[in-house]
Design a protein around this ligand. Sequence first.
Ligand code: ADP
Length: 386
Amino acid sequence: MVAYLRRRLRWKLFLSYLAVVFVGGIVLIVAMEFAIPRAFARHLATMGMIGSDHMMVDGAPTDHMADDLFVQFRTAVTEATLIALSAATLIAVVASAIISRRVIAPVREMMVASSQIALGNYGRRVALPAHRPIADLDEMGQLADSFNQMAAQLEESDTIRRELIGDVTHELTTPLTVIKGSMEGLIDGVLPPETETFQQVAHEADRLQRLVTDLQELSRVEAGAYELHPKPVDLGQLTESVTRSLRRQFEDKGVRLQLHSPSGLLMAEIDPDRISQVLINLVGNALQYTPSGGQVDVTVQRKNSNAQFTVADTGTGIAADDLPHLFTRFYRVDKSRARTSGGSGIGLTIARYFVEAHNGRLWAESDGLGQGSMFAFVLPLMIERR
Ligand code: ADP
């Protein structure tokens, strides 16, 4: 019984109100016993009804009329006290019921919701008063709002986790199927043990390895588990060295690579390895999606207090519908072609993370399929000291 009461906030509230009423009652009774007879006698004395020599030792009047008056007065005070105590008890019952409904109902709702969330039902929310701004809610309302925000975050992470597992499974399936099929064919003697067969297996194993490396990088970046090592870098020089490292591949494919860099210094406080990685990804993609005979222009220039990098190609272009999704991981415009050319659709996602980690912005533009594409990003320049 005691344990039951201890676990119920409503009863605790009621009992604490009752304790207040009880203490109030005791104080009143004590006051009546000690203070009232003296005060009554003093009052009668000042009214001239009894003389000071008529007073008894304990302070009660001895005079018959005064005695009568005192008894009546005491009865009236006792009745008034009893009525006051009953009213206070009633108010305690009503107040504890109202307060417990206002406080306990939302707490109980949150308890139910949190146990539902613990069971994996991440869509569960607690009800908030409609049409009222959060700032106008009381502490319980604000707690409910924080609870809902927490549930929304959990739901989002769970969705990302599910999608990631789905995407990764999907990405792993194709190369594994090819490798397994080829090996079974070789074992059964259906496939000839030729260089071409082994090359195909090796090619798929390479894809698996690339995918695993990309995934490791993605998980590090998404968890923010990487460190930037910023230092002052001349962006013109950095772009020059990136394009130099890729020039050979452009020549092999027959795509022209043009670099437009500023004549003076363009200094920014960046991690050169990460920004080189972003540039390599963009220029590499431009080469991949531009057929032989096309051109890729890499430009780095000052734009107000920023440096802007652009990589423009005359390649396949991107449909307007695809543009907003390019930076979503595993998104590829042409899935079947990207699969043969080995892209996993992670590069741009990582590139955007790195640019944003430098307080920059990365975006893509294209006039549509066959119209070429332009990828650009801006980075804040170092403040010049005069
Ligand atoms: P991937 O490894 O597949 O290249 P990315 O994240 O780098 O992954 O690119 C995502 C998708 O964006 C690519 O699969 C491709 O469809 C599209 N894309 C990227 N760069 C270009 C480009 N220069 N021209 C046309 N499409 C591009």
